[in-house]
Design a protein. Structure first.
Length: 256
């Protein structure tokens, strides 16, 4: 067996080189963004990025239809609020996709079911539950629809404010990245969850059904569990986050 003393090429520096018996080099590129393996990159970045880009594309296709319907109806307040809600939702998905494009590998990656599997379970429950509820008959109550739209708009505004400060620290799984303590995070530790739950409550109220409200209650409990898991992860990794826990509220300013 002969060991070559030639300098490594750039491809060899960026990848792993295996020399089979035939003498030809095969280069396996390392995963990007500091990930140890392509499997880790796929679970931590590639797959979530694909999901949110798909959600962005699907929801953007509905926007022209909403604009045409609003124009046909003479731009009533209800239609304008629906357009604003749709635009804010697209901005929400766009911010998340941008966060996944720019972020690097976590300081401490997610491990086990509660840090890796449970967040995806909550995400799937959200999408599947809302899809099923939208097919059920809703009570045509204008007051509930208007209150629901206002809550949805408020929720998306809070979520976008949180994402603007969270940026590359955003994650679905419970991963330890640099803690964010600016913007809404100086008042509560989980403004993104607050915004998402307000928006979801608005959508469920607009449906006007008991199953929709029960779904919101269950999903709220699951999201709060996610937040608690994330706090435990960050407190173990960052000393300044432990001090941050002492001076801020969990999810409601001044209350909880």
């Amino acid at each position: 067996m002969t060991v070559s003393s030639r300098p490594l090429t750039q491809d060899e520096q960026n990848g792993q080189v295996i020399r089979p018996c035939g003498g030809h080099d095969r280069i396996f590129l390392q995963a990007p963004n500091g990930y140890v393996s392509w499997r880790g990159w796929l679970a931590g970045k590639g797959l979530p990025l694909a999901i949110f880009i798909m959600a962005l594309v699907v929801n953007s296709q509905a926007l022209p239809h909403e604009v045409a319907r609003a124009m046909r109806d003479g731009l009533p307040l209800h239609s304008l609020m629906q357009l604003l809600r749709q635009s804010l939702m697209l901005g929400f998905f766009l911010f998340i996709a941008a966060a996944y494009l720019t972020r690097t590998r976590a300081v401490t990656p997610a491990r086990g079911f509660w840090e890796k599997g449970f967040p995806f379970l909550v995400l799937c429950a959200n999408f599947v539950g809302m899809s099923l509820l939208e097919r059920s008959a809703a009570l045509e109550r204008l007051d509930l629809i208007m209150v629901g739209l206002l809550l949805t708009l408020l929720g998306y505004c809070v979520s976008l404010w949180a994402l603007w400060h969270l940026q590359s620290s955003f994650a679905i799984m419970a991963e330890a990245r640099s803690p964010v303590m600016s913007g809404p995070y100086q008042y509560i530790r989980h403004p993104l969850y607050l915004g998402e739950l307000l928006a979801l409550l608005g959508l469920c109220l607009a449906m006007g059904t008991v199953p929709a409200i029960l779904f919101w209650v269950v999903l709220t409990g699951m999201q709060l569990m996610r937040a608690s898991i994330e706090e435990t992860k960050l407190a173990r990794q960052f000393a300044d986050y432990r001090a941050y826990l002492e001076r801020t509220r969990f999810v409601l300013p001044g209350l909880y």
